[in-house]
Design a protein around this ligand. Structure first.
Ligand SMILES: Nc1ncnc2c1ncn2[C@@H]1O[C@H](COP(=O)(O)OP(=O)(O)O)[C@@H](O)[C@H]1O
Ligand SMILES: [Mg+2]
Length: 151
């Protein structure tokens, strides 16, 4: 993906097949484009406003017409007791789509995702790899790839 617009388009492609009850984990070092993907995804799902990086708040909620999306960023997560006491776990349910940056920082507190997206630097652009881990994740990946190829 040579330019930022391509990373946004990958997020847009993920809007195809996105639905409540799904979990997407985003991997990749700082600046690899994780938040950019979420921006493309949210815009394609009809969110017109800004997309803030939830690095301090840990989670940013979006109530969209077709679904509830929770955008997590666990970069600064270091307190497992906070997780257990703050009710974060309840966000992961059948009525929400959860997208998680830095899931590895939450250790084993998170359930396995339906889909993993790994971003990496490639020359001046970025490379992306997607892997599904459940039947709903497989369906989501197939829909996203169809959308990606058609636009
Ligand atoms: N395919 C790309 N090629 C070049 N620059 C990109 C590409 N995708 C995203 N960027 C840029 O890289 C930076 C990524 O930032 P961000 O999405 O916040 O990364 P992360 O959330 O992984 O830390 C932004 O400045 C964005 O414009
Ligand atoms: Mg980010």
């Amino acid at each position: 993906m040579p330019a930022e617009a391509d990373t946004l388009r990958l997020g847009e492609a993920l809007a195809a097949g996105a639905g409540n009850g799904l979990v997407l984990h985003l991997h990749g070092e700082l600046g690899s484009g994780k938040t950019t993907v979420v921006r493309g995804l949210l815009h394609a799902l009809g969110h017109a406003g800004r997309v803030k990086s939830p690095s301090y708040t840990l989670v940013e909620p979006y109530s969209l017409s077709r679904l509830n999306l929770y955008h997590f960023d666990f970069y600064r997560f270091n307190d497992q007791a906070e997780w257990l006491s703050s009710g974060f776990r309840e966000y992961f349910n059948a009525e929400s789509l959860c997208v998680v940056e830095w899931p590895e920082r939450a250790g084993d507190l998170l359930a396995p995702p339906d889909l993993d997206l790994s971003l990496s630097y490639q020359d001046a652009g970025r490379a992306a790899a997607l892997e599904a881990h459940s039947p709903p994740g497989e369906a989501w990946l197939a829909a996203a790839l169809r959308r990606w190829r058609s636009c």
